[in-house]
Design a protein around this ligand. Structure first.
Ligand code: SF4
Length: 616
């Protein structure tokens, strides 16, 4: 019986069967006999989340543009379908061809968040191979990974053959060319990996020996077989000429971002000290408005989407944002397409920008002050003052908005309980300001506060900091909730257990591979989903590996400690991060890249001037 026949009766028994059938508009089907390289782009979460991921769409488009190569998609099956797959001997398969993974040359994982790691192991196992690279035979596809979490590849070093560090556009095709050349002459994994390690941006964990001290910290990391001491991140030099999909696969079921997504720039000029993306995607590179208008039009026309989103880490920092919006709005108004700008900052939220946005839609306004008082915002280098937050809310209220969502972070370095209470005080002042306005909607206001628990990440100025313990987080949560008296303010808090586990893996070392393997063996998958996350299993898995959460999460590192990710170079220097950490402790701010270059080190990655902030 072929796989299609086997699948049909099973799909009637699962939630959302369309997750598992492929065949969507614009998915790419090729003749397997006409290509000599096949890769499954694997996303370790459900179809609805993976289908929304822009990096996947870009790689899918670039690889499939080569007539010799075929890229397909594979997502983590939800637990109901996984059970049926195992009971019926159905291996993980590519959605375009329904071929089992054994027929692919490469399985390439996108690592977007640490709590998806057990799904990586589970997908390799479902493909019919041992997740541990040491026990995987030559018959298995090469297992590769990239994405933001790959900047600390070490917790997955026991499972992944090769990591791509940085932006995959060019590096992926160079790796594929090398793979095809090895395939022609008789592929041997070890030989291929040795040569692949010479491609800039590629990290092969088996080519690095790690020694530990008695206290568990790293004594040394030694590259072998000619592998580089530092693997330097790859970046796209000119975003305007970089290949971007002219169309997207149109899903059968609603996905998280079910719209035309236009990437307006990469990187961020701000340097908020908690934000890993702000450092690992440096330097900021903007796309030309002409290119953006052409790409936006092409995406909407080819997919039929009636919604377009301008995506980046901070869209209002695009150097030509007003011109871009004017031109986009002309097009979207004419075509009755709604336009959204998910990432706006309060300090450059001008009245005309708001007017433009309010032409588009008047739902809730979302802003991210991140901390409740000025001192804390200086510690994290948010560079926003209270007046700017009030002004933004006032402009929004006067423009007809009645609901504001404020994003905060708690358990930040140097934070006290009083600092957390200032989050509630700020929300209360916004409510009072609403009622003091003459020109405001005659409706009730709603201020909702969402508070994330701070997780220290590598390659940020807070990479050495110990995370708050459970007790400290809980004390702060309770104090804030108890302090809110107004029914016009609502508070939502991120789960502390998942935040601590994220903290463990974000700054973890190779030893954590044993804990990850135990957790997966104990049945952990979909750890970022509340309905499947099981903290107790993780506690046991980490203890059984002879490790503790405290060592990774709440321990403060010495500034001269060898860090697990020290063999990776993302551009920003350790000296710069140390300077920023010292300034944070004195609540001193650093100007944004456009106002004054802080000499972070990322400029060394640029060879091209066009659209880059470092050369402005
Ligand atoms: S080198 Fe200067 S301008 Fe470039 S990203 Fe770093 S701080 Fe910003």
């Amino acid at each position: 019986m072929n796989l299609k026949d086997k699948l049909e009766p099973l799909l009637l028994k699962v939630q959302k069967p369309a997750r598992y059938i492929g065949g969507e508009l614009h998915s790419v089907v090729k003749d397997p006999a006409a290509v000599d390289f096949r890769i499954a782009l694997c996303f370790p979460d459900t179809d609805e989340i993976g289908m929304s991921h822009l990096g996947h769409k870009i790689l899918y488009d670039i690889i499939n543009a080569d007539e010799h190569c075929w890229a397909e998609r594979a997502y983590a099956p939800w637990i109901d379908f996984e059970k049926l797959m195992r009971e019926n001997d159905i291996p993980l398969y590519g959605l375009e061809s329904l071929s089992p993974m054994a027929e692919f040359d490469v399985m390439g994982f996108s690592l977007q968040y640490e709590l998806s790691y057990t799904n990586v192991l589970n997908m390799i196992d479902l493909a019919g191979f041992d997740p541990r690279r040491e026990f995987r035979g030559e018959d298995a596809p090469l297992i590769i990974a990239g994405g933001p979490c790959a900047v600390n590849p070490e917790p997955l070093a026991d499972f992944i053959d090769l990591f791509q560090i940085g932006e995959g556009e060019e590096m992926m095709m160079e790796m594929i060319e090398l793979y095809r050349a090895h395939k022609k002459k008789g592929y041997k994994k070890a030989d291929f990996l040795r040569e692949a390690a010479q491609i800039p941006g590629i990290y092969v964990p088996s080519l690095y020996d790690v020694e530990y001290k008695e206290d568990g910290t790293i004594a040394s990391v030694t590259p072998k077989d000619g592998a580089p001491e530092k693997v330097v991140k790859r970046i796209v030099q000119d975003m305007s000429s970089a290949k971007y999909p002219e169309t997207f696969i149109v899903p059968y079921i609603e996905t998280v971002h079910d719209r035309a997504v236009l990437e307006v720039m990469r990187g961020c000029i701000r340097g908020c000290r908690f934000c890993q993306a702000g450092f690992i995607y440096r330097p900021m590179r903007a796309k030309d408005p002409d290119v953006l208008c052409r790409q936006g039009k092409s995406l909407c026309e080819s997919t039929g989407y009636d919604e377009m989103s301008l995506s980046s880490l901070s869209t209002s920092d695009h150097p030509q944002v007003e011109e871009l919006l004017d031109r986009m709005i002309d097009y979207t108004n004419e075509q009755k397409i709604s336009l959204s700008l998910p990432s706006l900052r309060v300090d450059n939220f001008s009245e005309s920008l708001l007017e433009n946005i309010s032409n588009i839609r008047k739902s809730g306004l979302t802003i991210a002050p991140e901390a409740g008082n000025h001192r804390m915002r200086d510690v994290i280098n948010k560079n926003v003052d209270e007046q700017e937050i009030f002004d933004t809310c006032r402009i929004a209220f006067e423009g007809g908005y009645t609901s504001v969502k404020l994003y905060f972070m708690s358990s930040l370095p140097t934070e006290t309980v009083e600092d957390v209470l200032d989050i509630g005080r700020l929300a209360q002042k916004i409510v009072e300001m609403y009622f003091s306005l003459e020109k405001r909607p005659r409706k009730m206001v709603n201020v909702s506060i969402s508070v994330a628990v701070f997780v220290p990440k590598c390659f940020t100025p807070f990479q050495w900091v110990g995370q708050d313990t459970f007790e400290m987080v809980e004390e702060k949560q309770k104090a804030l909730v108890d302090s809110i008296r107004s029914r016009k303010i609502s508070v939502a808090w991120h789960d502390v257990h998942t935040s601590v586990l994220e903290g463990v893996f974000a700054r973890g070392d190779r030893k954590l591979g044993a804990a990850l393997y135990n957790a997966w063996k104990n049945g952990c998958t979909f750890d970022s989903w509340t309905e499947t996350f099981c903290y107790d299993k993780w506690v046991k898995a980490i203890a059984d590996a002879g490790l503790t959460m405290e060592f990774y999460a709440s321990r403060t590192r010495d500034l001269d400690e060898i860090l697990p990710w020290d063999m990776i170079d993302v551009g920003v220097s350790k000296e710069f991060l140390k300077r920023e950490w010292e300034k944070a402790q004195c609540a001193e701010t650093t100007r944004n890249c456009r106002e004054q270059c802080a000499n972070c080190g990322a400029a060394k990655l640029m060879t091209c001037k066009k659209g880059a902030v470092c050369f402005e």
